[in-house]
Ligand binder design. Structure first.
Ligand code: HEM
Length: 212
């Protein structure tokens, strides 16, 4: 059970609008992307935006990915806050990836065809494209009416599958760079750790609503 301080903190979090996280985060991401493109409107500027948005997307994805596992392992104020906001964090990841797509579009327009082909080989386009299908499916169904329309079991299955597809795209994107830049081992470790946290067998926690 949560102690009274934790409960009141979590209740306070529940009464403030969680949508603010998504709305203000999205505004910040849109402004950042526009400024980056305006300050360097060429292929290098587009590449910079693509990389920055990929790097911002990773922690947002990981937070949404591990939210319920964190709640199961360490029920408390922080994990309760993450659970209450995980839909907004997930949608913020989708916004960040929309900015990744804007960067990709600008790269396609501004880069020489040879550079475009070098940076996005056909296999990467298919894998990344599958990732985007998963992002769109998750974002489009991240609302209560979608859960009611699909039924809880099918909704959970869809979101689990899509999350695993996106996780795989991140892993492959980092794996293909780790040989040239060992620093990509860090996101790989985080991704593997997050997956372990999710799949490691553990007692099931009481629903959040019963804890508050
Ligand atoms: C869910 C789908 C996707 C994910 C999770 C993803 C993730 C990533 C990651 C982690 C990086 C490495 C960033 C860095 O260097 O630190 C990256 C870079 C890149 N992505 Fe994506 N990506 C996705 C979809 C796509 C698609 C569909 C394309 C294009 C067809 C694409 C084009 C690129 C390019 C060109 C770079 C490298 C930019 C550079 O090094 O200059 N991505 N992406």
């Amino acid at each position: 059970m949560l102690d009274s301080n934790t409960s009141s903190a979590a209740l306070a979090l529940r009464t403030t609008s969680p949508w603010r996280v998504w709305i203000w985060g999205s505004v910040a991401l849109a402004v950042l992307s526009a400024l980056m493109l305006l300050s360097q409107p060429d292929a290098d500027g587009a590449r910079r935006l693509v990389r920055v948005t990929a790097r911002l997307s990773l922690p947002l994805f990981l937070l949404a990915f591990v939210a319920s596992a964190c709640w199961r392992w360490w029920p408390g104020t922080l994990s309760a806050a993450l659970m209450l906001h995980r839909r907004q964090v997930g949608l913020l990841f989708a916004t960040s990836h929309a900015c990744h797509a804007v960067g990709i579009l600008c790269l396609w327009i501004w880069a020489e065809p040879a550079l475009w082909s070098h940076l996005t080989p056909l296999l990467s386009r298919w894998i990344g494209g599958a990732g985007y299908v998963a992002v769109v499916l998750m974002a489009a169904t991240s609302f209560d009416p979608a859960v009611q329309w699909m039924g809880r079991a099918r909704w959970v299955l869809l979101h689990r599958l899509c999350a695993y597809v996106i996780w795989t795209v991140f892993v492959l994107s980092c794996l293909k760079r780790v040989g040239a830049a060992p620093v990509y081992a860090l996101p790989l470790v985080l991704l593997l750790g997050a997956m372990l946290l999710r799949v490691w067998p553990q007692r099931s926690a009481a629903p959040l609503s019963q804890r508050l």
